[in-house]
Design a protein around this ligand. Structure first.
Ligand SMILES: CN1C(=O)c2ccccc2Sc2cc(NC(=O)[C@@H]3CCCO3)ccc21
Length: 140
């Protein structure tokens, strides 16, 4: 019952810039390319930008979703070296999808779309270059 609730303010996402041991550039470039190809998927369009609580008329969204996430935020964070490892990128991607399922429910079509792009992203993650392999060298 939201009649007694006070809409929570948008959480301010503090993106740590240039963290101490930022991810090697060849991993970062691979992940940026992967995000670009995810963004081209039709099921990605609702995830391209932060959930707009005004357009969607959901003033209590941040009461239920304290850590909103979207593809543009992940991409920005990658660009400013806000991630130490590919796993940390994967974590934010999973956060974006779990937020969607939590707010909309497993059965909602938007959740099916989210699971689709999550599966596509995880396929791309299988081929992230190793941290230590110099780009262009083969691993065998
Ligand atoms: C991920 N997600 C949601 O999780 C969400 C959250 C609350 C209510 C509906 C949805 S589906 C959804 C729709 C849009 N966007 C639209 O539907 C566009 C923009 C506003 C109206 O048309 C963006 C995010 C989103």
């Amino acid at each position: 019952d939201t009649s007694q609730m006070i809409p929570a303010a948008k959480p301010d996402l503090k993106i740590e810039e240039n963290i101490s041991n930022a991810m090697p550039n060849h991993q970062k470039q691979y992940l940026l390319k992967s995000l670009k190809s995810i963004k081209r998927l039709k099921d990605s369009s609702p995830f391209l930008l932060p959930v707009d609580i005004v357009k969607l008329q959901i003033p209590f969204y941040y009461n239920f979703i304290p850590k909103p996430m979207d593809l543009s935020t992940i991409e920005k964070k990658l660009t400013v070296d806000g991630y130490e490892t590919p796993d940390a990128v994967h974590e934010d991607f999973n956060l974006m999808i779990s937020n969607c399922i939590k707010f909309n429910g497993e059965k909602a079509s938007i959740s099916r779309m989210g699971l689709n792009i999550q599966a596509s992203f995880e396929k791309l993650l299988l081929n992230v270059p190793d941290k230590n392999i110099a780009p262009g060298s083969s691993s065998d």
